[in-house]
Design a protein around this ligand. Sequence first.
Ligand code: ATP
Ligand code: MG
Length: 140
Amino acid sequence: MERTLAIIKPDAVARRIAGRILQRIEEAGLQIRAMRLVRLSKVEAEGFYAVHRERPFFPGLTEFMSSGPAIVLVLEGEEAIGRWRRLMGATDPATADGGTIRKDFGSSIERNATHGSDAPETAAFEVGYFFPGIELASAG
Ligand code: ATP
Ligand code: MG
């Protein structure tokens, strides 16, 4: 069993397509272990994406991620990290495979509808960034 941190980003929440993204998660058989609507501050978005601090897109990305409410989720299942990333598709919606979330719902390489952890270590950090262990333990 693996856990991953998913985010339905502010672009998707604003466009009212969060439900369609949740439907894909459920249809894929990934279990939702925790879920919350959050409005990140700029500082919180910077902390979350700290690995990208030196990248040219960092200021725009953290501005976007703090621009409106987002939905953070913990997904659980066999190989949940890779399965969720395959459901999302490539970072840039323009090059993402057909049928992926980013292809179908992303607007640009920045406003690409969803986030997913990329490895077990980042998943552990990202899940802990939003959800205390006690909340997950009781989510059964
Ligand atoms: P995420 O971490 O959000 O799941 P990812 O792992 O596919 O996405 P990263 O390289 O980690 O891609 O980039 C993090 C996020 O930064 C992207 O999802 C996107 O929103 C934004 N981003 C990445 N590259 C660019 C770029 N060249 N220009 C603008 N924004 C970008
Ligand atoms: Mg990433």
